[in-house]
Design a protein around this ligand. Structure first.
Ligand SMILES: [Zn+2]
Length: 295
């Protein structure tokens, strides 16, 4: 069994996963805002579990080999901290870490696509826009976690992004991006959440429908840019917003087809995620399996 932690800005999800990707003992705990308390949560769960190795998905950029978290804008208390070493010291078991979106990509690949394809890009669209890539059957990573797909620039001097830059894809393609676009297109109309915009788009609210078209267009441009560099066999879309795909995917596919490099056209297919919200935790198990097999 592998102990899997998916640390988010709001909640820590945990479970024990076997080598087939079946999860047991799933739990959700609010994320504390101090590092000491966060480590207490992780070690408390680990003390009551039997496992061979542990993997931690972190919400930011990390150094998978050394274990240090470098930049976690939504959870600053883990910046500069080493969850891998600290958890290894208390559990005496191998601990691996990786960026959360990279692990969602690895989970979707390892447990769904491994026998069909050898390259895939995965995008997670929710409160943020994360991404990961698998090339030649392996997660694309390095001394530092790679593939910040949400921070490719699509509008010079565009909207401010949570990372501190302007015009990032994530500033348009995530939940707050949708709300901001709706506010702009509906002559300062207000929606509390994306579900309201989605429902309005189904009941004749033209600004709401146009909001999803704009969203889908940015997503299509972003995916074409990624496809032009990596030419994956598939780009898969997960995260909460992917459940609203009937409102935007048609337009995304059109914009994608128009913007992909002509020689790569028809080589890259676009699909929705199969594992949905469990991709990250299953990715933790896939990380344990792939890392242990290397040793
Ligand atoms: Zn950014």
């Amino acid at each position: 069994m592998f102990l899997c932690f998916d640390i988010g800005g709001t909640n820590i999800k945990s479970c024990l996963t076997n080598a087939s990707g079946v999860c047991a003992d799933k739990a959700v705990t609010p994320t504390p805002n101090s590092y000491t308390e966060l480590m207490n949560v992780l070690t408390g769960i680990a003390e009551n579990a039997e496992f061979e190795a542990c993997a931690v998905a972190v919400p930011g950029t990390c150094a998978p080999k050394s274990g240090e978290t470098i930049f976690a804008p939504n959870l600053p208390c883990i910046n500069g901290k080493n969850i891998k070493n600290d958890l290894q010291n208390t559990t005496r078991k191998p601990v691996f870490i990786e960026n959360d979106a990279n692990l969602a990509a690895l989970g979707e690949y390892y447990f769904v696509e491994k026998n069909n394809i050898s390259s895939m890009v995965f995008l997670t669209i929710g409160t943020g826009l994360g991404g990961g890539a698998v090339l030649n059957g392996e997660l694309l990573t390095s001394d530092i976690s790679l593939f910040e797909a949400g921070h490719i620039n699509i509008e010079p001097d565009g909207r401010p992004c949570g990372c501190g830059k302007k015009g990032c894809l994530e500033a348009y393609v995530n939940t707050s991006g949708i709300l901001e676009t709706y506010h702009m297109l509906s002559a300062h109309g207000h929606a509390d959440n994306v579900n309201m915009v989605y429902s309005a788009s189904k009941t004749g609210d033209k600004a709401a429908a146009l909001t999803f078209e704009v969203f889908g267009g940015y997503l299509g441009i972003g995916m074409a840019s990624l496809a032009n560099i990596l030419v994956p066999e598939k780009i898969k879309i997960g995260g909460g917003i992917s459940e609203m795909s009937d409102a935007f995917l048609g337009h995304t596919l059109k914009v994608f087809a128009k913007n992909i490099y002509p020689a790569y056209r028809n080589r890259v297919s676009i699909e929705l995620s199969t594992l949905k919200n469990s991709a990250g935790l299953k990715g933790c198990a896939a990380l344990c399996l792939t890392q242990l097999s290397k040793n």
